[in-house]
Write a protein that binds this ligand. Structure first.
Ligand SMILES: Nc1nc2c(c(=O)[nH]1)N[C@H]1C(S)=C(S)[C@@H](COP(=O)(O)OP(=O)(O)OC[C@H]3O[C@@H](n4cnc5c(=O)[nH]c(N)nc54)[C@H](O)[C@@H]3O)O[C@H]1N2
Ligand SMILES: Nc1nc2c(c(=O)[nH]1)N[C@H]1C(S)=C(S)[C@@H](COP(=O)(O)OP(=O)(O)OC[C@H]3O[C@@H](n4cnc5c(=O)[nH]c(N)nc54)[C@H](O)[C@@H]3O)O[C@H]1N2
Ligand code: SF4
Ligand SMILES: [Mo]
Length: 741
């Protein structure tokens, strides 16, 4: 059923080939879409040479299994099919104009009654998130912005990394084409790649002889494809990094010139690692003996000798526990020690292309109506912010209960599976006004007062520009028109904002008649339009940006030096020390798991972690059948009548609990419990339980909420006090649920 044509965007044709950019994991791999004569997408393929979908020039472009799920997503009956508003307590389908008017009235009433200081705007993965933020914050004057993804994604790694000077996300980007030694450390890039280019370039690097080592408590997909797997016990990474530094300095493999000229605090670092020998790590830090002192020595020497063509690939695995605020510092320090920052083959600092500002293009003045208002999220007096002043997602249910937040907007975001899930399930219906732009029903969208259904990426123009991608030294721009009409009665995020803006009297400042017009204004600064980005030219490459950019621009901490020692932030460490009840040093230091994060106890002796799979991009495609089927097959549990997530247990832990693969088990922490299916496997280190993938169960978009929401085990106060990052390393117990699936 095609909707009546509600979109101003043009569809090039109803037959033949159209173009697109995949947004299932928001990385924009370019694609060719073949249409049948009725304008229905039949098949999708990658585009050769594409900066996100291929390994580079002349290389084949492909789409991953998530990307291929776009066909199912576009036509899925699971989608929210039309706008809804709450009338007499019930969500009811309405026409777009009525939904816009209803939302406009509610916003106005909210401002009169409470003021916009009590409204929170959540940024999510929506392809038009900038425009949504500009409208809600700059025009409507909402001062409370919940960013994406700092407080939930990998804050405990990103924040110390930035303070030291590496930058917010650079720990992910190795200079793959030239690297000689790659440490995949707390990430699983062969499942979670940032576009198809990345997985391909990692495998290329390995195949041309670079050494690839994965350090992970789980024999992950990346570990399977690596030269070596170091099965680390969770949260012991900070100690391993210190022991590696001990060897590197001992062997004289550190970069003296870089240290002398471009770093600060080396003496404190050297002293901190002087007694942290590989034997110390192997015998005193580990509970088991999976990693030997010789293993530590070998990777330290391999990494040190390859430097500066040595790099890391890290992300949430070292960023989702408060204990990693220090652990990550020790890991990041290694890059400074061997001088592998923004040098060929080392850790990459990406430059990149940017899109223009469509408002400036039309000389439209943006009012900045939130300026001068203080945000309750970051206001230290209000008591909800983290020590660094960052917002804390886990504290929002309490703000709602206290009446400090009474209205909320979500766009492509659902906080319920991300942390303090029980608090959220309790608070989500206590808002006076709640509006969401979403594609699927969940406990969040079902509780909204206005639900705007968004068209998916095949159904709207897409555009993006950036740096990280297949061209290691160049930025790029990629874009495409809508390949098919919006399905059901849905619209692009841009058209949703325009409709809402018009209903609120801002029609003149939002003069675009379609997303296409808006995107063309964004492209104008590059003298491009979406018409130019078709056929063989679906992307454009931009100027070279080179290496050692810190020589000119300084480091990401605003200093000319990379900081091993963070004593310039001494106050933060004083606060952390108080919180921990023990001294948290400013220089690299080993803190035991449980110092700032959750402790394991006799009652809850297993360490829960969680991870992703290549078939599912969080809630982008989790409600669809194909990804769930592929996941069940991967687990060898496709014959079970169950399509939820799984908890991986080592036989050493499963056997005494009489748990077998395919059993339904209850996982329980001090704060909550949930039920899901067990997978018993030697792939995980003993003492650890990994929920794969997270995001299922109560509050999720999965039909019947099958599977376990493991964030029901997370207590509201379990977050990193420094950065606000939600703690995902929890002490748990696992027991048979008794019932069959
Ligand atoms: N337990 C646990 N929780 C985690 C993590 C973890 O590792 N473990 N990781 C965290 C991280 S790193 C992140 S980035 C966050 C991500 O969490 P979120 O930012 O919430 O992102 P998603 O889960 O992708 O999206 C949530 C919402 O987007 C909707 N949606 C899906 N497709 C579309 C669409 O096409 N248009 C629109 N408008 N909406 C759509 C879904 O229905 C859902 O309601 O999760 C965090 N939560
Ligand atoms: N397919 C797919 N791709 C995605 C996403 C998705 O949902 N699906 N989400 C995107 C987003 S928003 C993000 S933030 C990224 C995240 O990308 P990743 O960081 O790669 O995400 P995870 O799969 O959670 O992988 C973390 C790895 O860390 C390991 N780990 C857990 N605890 C520890 C520890 O204590 N020490 C060590 N060394 N390792 C540990 C886990 O076993 C796992 O292998 O992925 C992005 N790409
Ligand atoms: S990596 Fe996969 S899901 Fe992500 S944009 Fe590319 S094809 Fe789409
Ligand atoms: Mo993330």
């Amino acid at each position: 059923t095609l909707s009546p044509d509600t979109s101003g965007d043009t569809v090039a044709s109803t037959a033949g080939t159209a173009y697109g950019n995949c947004w299932m994991c928001h990385k924009l791999c370019g694609m060719e879409v073949s249409l049948n004569g009725d304008g229905r997408a039949q098949e999708i393929h990658g585009i050769d040479g594409h900066p996100r979908g291929s390994a580079g020039e002349g290389r084949k472009g492909t789409l991953c299994s998530k990307g291929l799920s776009q066909l199912e997503k576009a036509y899925s009956p699971q989608r929210i099919k039309r706008p809804h508003v709450r009338k007499d307590g019930e969500l009811q389908p309405v026409e777009w104009e009525e939904a816009f008017q209803y939302a406009a009235d509610q916003f106005e009433q909210f401002e009169d009654e409470h003021g916009m200081e009590k409204f929170i705007n959540w940024e999510g993965w929506g392809a038009s998130r900038e425009l949504v933020n500009i409208f809600i914050e700059e025009f409507l004057g909402v001062p409370n912005h919940m960013p994406h993804p700092t407080p939930t994604c990998f804050g405990s790694m990103a924040v110390p990394g930035t303070l030291m000077g590496l930058g917010w996300g650079n720990i992910r980007w190795a200079d793959y084409p030239d690297t000689e030694y790659l440490l995949i450390w707390g990430r699983d890039p062969l499942e979670t790649f940032s576009g198809q280019w990345e997985a391909k370039q990692i495998l290329d690097a390995r195949d041309r002889g670079a050494t690839v080592v994965t350090i992970d408590p789980v024999l992950s997909e990346s570990a399977k494809q690596s030269d070596r797997w170091l099965p680390i016990e969770p949260r012991k990474d900070g100690a391993l990094a210190l022991a590696m530094a001990n060897v590197i300095i001992e062997e004289g493999l550190h970069d003296e010139e870089f240290i002398e000229e471009y770093t600060y605090g080396f003496e404190a670092y050297r002293e901190a690692v002087a007694d942290k020998t590989p034997e110390w790590f192997a015998e005193e830090v580990q509970d088991g003996d999976a990693i030997s002192a010789e293993d530590v020595r070998e990777i330290a020497i391999g990494f040190g000798e390859a430097a500066p063509a040595a790099a890391m690939n890290s992300w949430t695995g070292l960023g989702q526990s408060p204990d990693f605020f220090k652990g990550a510092q020790n890991v990041v320090a290694l890059l400074g020690l061997v001088g592998a920052i923004d040098r060929p083959g080392g850790q990459r600092w990406l430059g990149g292309a940017t899109l223009g500002n469509a408002f400036e293009e039309r000389d439209i003045e943006v009012p900045h109506n939130a300026d001068g208002k203080s945000s309750i999220l970051t206001d230290k007096e209000a008591g909800y912010a983290a020590m660094t002043g960052k917002p804390v997602q886990n504290n929002v249910p309490e703000m709602i209960r206290n009446g400090d937040i009474r209205g909320m907007s979500l766009y492509y975001r659902n906080p319920i599976p991300s942390g303090a899930a029980s608090e959220w399930l309790d608070a989500i219906d206590q808002l006076d006004f709640f509006v969401t732009i979403d594609a699927f029903w969940s406990e969040a969208s079902r509780n909204a007062d206005v639900v705007f259904p968004e068209a998916t990426q095949l159904e709207k123009p897409m555009v993006g520009a950036g740096g990280h991608g297949a061209y290691q030294n160049q930025g790029w721009i990629t874009g495409s028109k809508a390949a098919i009409e919006p399905q059901w009665d849905t619209r692009s995020g841009v058209e949703i904002v325009i409709g809402l803006a018009e209903a609120m009297g801002y029609g003149e400042q939002f003069p675009w008649d379609s997303k296409e017009e808006y995107v063309n204004d964004q492209l104008a600064k590059h003298d491009l339009t979406l018409d130019d980005l078709e056929d063989e030219d679906t992307y454009v490459l931009k100027g070279e940006y080179g290496y050692e950019k810190w020589k000119k621009a300084g480091f990401a901490n605003g200093s000319e030096k990379f900081w091993f020692d963070l004593d310039k932030k001494a106050k933060l460490f004083e606060g952390l020390s108080k919180k921990a009840g023990t001294e948290i040093a400013t220089e690299p230091q080993w803190i035991e798991p449980g110092t700032l994060g959750a402790s394991l106890t006799d009652e809850y002796p297993l360490e829960m972690i969680d991870a992703r799979t290549v078939f599912i991009s969080q809630s982008g495609d989790q409600a669809l059948e194909n990804p769930l089927e592929q996941l069940a097959e991967r687990m060898n549990l496709e014959d079970e009548d169950y399509r939820g997530n799984y908890v991986l247990l080592n036989p050493v832990d499963a056997d005494p609990r009489e748990v077998e693969s395919g059993d339904m088990v209850t996982i329980e922490s001090e704060s909550g419990e949930t039920e899901l299916m067990a997978k018993v496997t030697e792939r995980i280190v003993p003492g650890t339980a990994s929920v794969e993938p997270y995001g299922f169960g109560e509050g999720s978009i999965h039909r019947d909420e099958e599977g376990g929401n493991n964030m029901k085990l997370n207590a509201p106060d379990q977050y990193d006090p420094a950065t606000g990052q939600i703690d995902r390393h929890l002490g748990i117990e696992v027991r048979q649920s008794g019932g069959e699936a």
